[in-house]
Design a protein around this ligand. Sequence first.
Ligand SMILES: Cc1cc2nc3c(=O)[nH]c(=O)nc-3n(C[C@H](O)[C@H](O)[C@H](O)COP(=O)(O)OP(=O)(O)OC[C@H]3O[C@@H](n4cnc5c(N)ncnc54)[C@H](O)[C@@H]3O)c2cc1C
Length: 452
Amino acid sequence: MPQVVNYDGSISASPQQLVIAKSVQDIQNAVRDTATYPSPVRAMGSYHSLTPCASSDGTMIDMKQMNQVISIDAGNLTFTAQGGLQMIDANKALRAKNLQFMLNIEIGNMTVGAAACCHSKDALDGIEFGQVSSYVTAMKWVAPDGSLAEASDASDPGLMRLMRSSYGLLGIIYEVTFRIKPIEALHFTYLPRPVDELTQAEVDSLLDNSEGLICWTVGRTAVFQQRHKIQHPGILGALQAAVRRDLWNFQGAFLGRTIDQFMQKDVRDAIEQGNFDFQQLLYETLHLAGGITLLAPDKTIDYHETPPEARYAFTFWAFPRGQWLETYRAYLDWADQYFKQTGFRCNMPLGAYHVRKDQSSLLSYTNDGEVFSIDPIHAPTDQNAWNTFLKGFNDFASQRGGIPLLNQSPFVTQAQVQRAFGDRWQQFSDAVHSTDPTGRFLNPFFQALLSS
Ligand SMILES: Cc1cc2nc3c(=O)[nH]c(=O)nc-3n(C[C@H](O)[C@H](O)[C@H](O)COP(=O)(O)OP(=O)(O)OC[C@H]3O[C@@H](n4cnc5c(N)ncnc54)[C@H](O)[C@@H]3O)c2cc1C
């Protein structure tokens, strides 16, 4: 039986059939032929999710060879591609024509098919929306009975809203159209602030005055990375983008894991607390240097060749903006307490993404308003310790009204998603059950989460 393993080796699947789709007919044949291709049938992009949302022990359809650009319409500013194309390759094709995505997401290896129907987040390019699927204007898919279907904002906005968070449960997407725009440059500044001095008024002002914002936390220092738009990137742009990519691709996780493995415990604790920290030094230096400038598409990172020792994992829970500061401080205290009890602490900076209100998809985590997230990031040396931490963090986050992402928040429970998405979870569950009554696309991961 073939084995499929995710980015950091934490998730694997052994489907009885692994179909490498080369055409729409390949997908249709597999979906229709229930004898040869056992259920559940799951579409698979790059298998970069942090949950087993794409996994099946029946049939998995690997979309990576359906990776053609179909059209770039510079007049109407649209981009159409097959579902298996990765964002990084789409990005290169657009850049050759001085165009870019509306949202240049960090993760270059996400396929456009997954981007169209899964949760995603970006805080630095999300001037309007921070979710990639919100910029999808049309898609085509193979339905659970093997028939072809399509929708667009023009033809059926209601169906588009459902499909944008369908996770391959309502159809296997083989073609996606996005809104695009002319290429632009970005400038990021870095403002370090002691966590205990922050006030709600200061956080509000930072959020209100940024085009995009991420807060990185090292020890008890919060570093606010703010996006500002500029006209030209300057000659340092490409170089600075390369340094930044290298940090995500290699240095950050490598450093975290090395600290975990080789340092004596007291030195390690001091480093992880930020008493002496490379990351903090870096952020201070970036602050003093006035920030960095790059072209927006350079924000997207290709994790393809990242060596195993430099890979990292994370989780993401979104909180209503007005509740964030209190929850964030409570989280830092909770993490300290957790460390005292278990000896486990995350070895990379904590992330927090600001994402604006967006009702484009049924399961949008910003449906009810702006959010600011809390994202523990870690380069695991002990997978069990990280998994146990994630479950504890889920309880913490759910009790405080957080919202998880189904592909990026491992180990969430049915009660947690019901609480997070409320009535919309029932609507989603009903739509899945009525569109796919035999459960052709329903894997155990979603079966455990959906409401009856
Ligand atoms: C190192 C790293 C960094 C990351 N950074 C970010 C980030 O900055 N922002 C962010 O939002 N995410 C990030 N992610 C998470 C990742 O982008 C998402 O989990 C994304 O869904 C992965 O895309 P994929 O193509 O690998 O999809 P998969 O993991 O293969 O599939 C995800 C889901 O989509 C379904 N699916 C896939 N293709 C199709 C299709 N053609 N039709 C229908 N359904 C389909 C699958 O069945 C599954 O349910 C990161 C992940 C890693 C490992």
